[in-house]
Design a protein around this ligand. Structure first.
Ligand SMILES: [Zn+2]
Length: 480
């Protein structure tokens, strides 16, 4: 019997789409080397140039982190399960929240509204008063923030703070159930406020229409008891984590990608923080965002609801919080798995000798803003139309996936998915002018880099992708 290696969604394209592989080997290191050897595309995701395992990838044998075992020398035996867990654009001891606020009284309306809570022995009138006194900050009113806001408001959390600066877009409605068709075009905060007040007018909504930054995070978060992190990008995730550690607040974490989700509660006073789990973010572009990679509509509903549940448990001080545990949810298998998380004594923010003692520049930390400049390498949709009419020999390469091509495509463009491009360069004529295009213009820049590195000199990328083409050139193409 061999060892089973579980492959997470973001890495499945590199192993032929499979979710698990069976390999033979005596140690984790042997298995990983075998894996990278057999699947070349996987190698750069697992190992840094110097051969070290990348720090945004964690490896577990059964439910234990190899960093707490013998690292890559950790022995494995037949029947063991090795999980590769990359970061994905995340006892009954009460945290004592609510306790610091004076217990408010419940009105007759509230007693009626919360009656199913009041008759629960673990909640009761005392618990309901704790909920009413509690102040919870939601970072993001999107996929995860939607169910979290709705359930926390319905349950009677007295004050909900929401940080968001986005406007409701039609593509949000497939999963962001806090918003509706009637609020498309409205700031998400305004839309959220309306919906929450309709659901429970007793809830006070405090809105922060801003991007959370190192300059404002501590001031915004200071007055809240618990922070629920529903962000979709790494800089904000690390910012929320570090600010929570510095302020000693529990950070109720959730993250989602395609069909998979993660949830945990990071509270450095009692357990690990997000940086103990992933000390560094992946390089920009290596892990696709939900906008690029897609996300199943119900998934944020499940993970965001877990965040709401954990938040309520922390407020009430009941049950066992998800501190020191990482829950992984696979929607396709309808399977929950749980991994133990340990505090890293060398953690740069919550370890014994922290090096991060104030908030830092998180964009720079995540390598954002350090990308190469693409001056002159891009072409607008209108210019492409003009040039293509003038020189029909121009080659337009669509680097999206076949299922995206099926939704909408530009007539005359040749489909070569980005993942296949490096092995299909031989099909291209190096003398022709080439324009790469994708959905919004990010992947086509990667394609441009691949082509340039392979010696193609006359390459440009369509700025804004097929979406810009649909808006500015051909309204007959559906936007998605
Ligand atoms: Zn830590």
């Amino acid at each position: 019997m061999a060892v089973t290696i579980l492959i997470p969604t973001p890495l499945r394209p590199y192993v032929g789409g499979r979710d698990a592989l069976e390999l033979e080997g005596g140690s984790v290191g042997e298995l990983l080397e075998q894996l990278a050897g057999e699947h070349a595309g996987l190698k750069r995701h697992l190992f840094a140039d110097d051969g070290r395992l990348r720090s945004f990838v964690n490896v577990y044998v059964n439910d234990r982190d190899i960093r707490q075992l013998a690292q890559r020398e950790t022995p494995v035996k037949a029947g063991d399960t090795v999980s590769i867990i990359p970061s994905i654009a995340g006892g009954a001891t009460a945290v004592g929240v609510g306790a610091q606020h004076a217990a408010p009284l419940l009105s007759h309306e509230e007693i009626l509204r919360y009656s199913r809570h009041l008759i629960l022995p673990d909640v009761g009138v005392e618990g309901q008063k704790k909920l009413k006194a509690a102040r919870v900050l939601l970072v993001g009113a999107g996929g995860l923030g939607s169910p979290a806001a709705l359930y926390l408001a319905a349950a009677g959390v007295g004050t909900l703070g929401i940080v968001d600066f986005d406007v409701v877009d039609k593509t949000n409605l497939q999963r962001q159930v806090l918003h509706g068709t009637s609020t498309v075009g409205m700031p998400k905060l305004e839309s959220a406020k309306q919906r929450i007040h309709d659901l429970n007018p007793n809830v006070r909504v405090e809105t922060f229409e801003t991007r959370l930054t190192a300059e404002n995070a501590l001031d915004i978060m200071r007055d809240f008891d618990i922070v629920a992190d529903g962000t979709d990008n790494f800089p904000t995730r690390y910012l929320v984590n570090d600010a929570c550690v510095l302020l000693d607040k529990p950070n109720v974490y959730g993250s989602i990608f395609r069909f998979e989700g993660q949830a945990s509660v990071f509270h450095a006073r009692q357990g690990p923080c997000y940086r103990c789990l992933y000390s560094e973010p992946p390089p920009p572009g290596l892990v696709p965002s939900c906008a690029e990679g897609g996300v199943l509509g119900v998934l944020p509903g499940i993970i965001g609801s877990i965040q709401a549940m954990e938040t309520i448990k922390l407020i009430l001080g009941v049950g066992e919080p998800l501190i020191g545990r990482l829950v992984l949810f696979d929607a396709l298998k309808l399977q929950f798995r749980e991994l133990k998380l340990e505090k890293d004594p060398d953690c740069p923010v919550c370890g014994t000798h922290p090096t991060v003692t104030e908030l830092i520049d998180y964009e720079a930390f995540c390598g954002i803003g350090a990308e190469p400049s693409y001056d002159g390498a891009e072409i607008t949709a209108q210019d492409l139309r003009t040039e293509w009419d003038r020189s029909p020999d121009l080659l337009v390469i669509d680097v999206r996936e076949p299922h995206e091509y099926e939704i909408a495509h530009i007539d005359g463009a040749v489909l070569i998915p980005l993942s296949e491009l490096p092995t299909r360069l031989g099909e291209l004529d190096g003398h022709r002018e080439i324009v790469t295009h994708c959905h919004h213009g990010a992947r086509s820049l990667k394609a441009l880099e691949i082509l340039k590195a392979a010696g193609f000199s006359k390459v440009r990328s369509l700025r804004g992708g097929i979406d810009a083409w649909a808006v500015n050139v051909d309204p007959g193409i559906p936007r998605y």
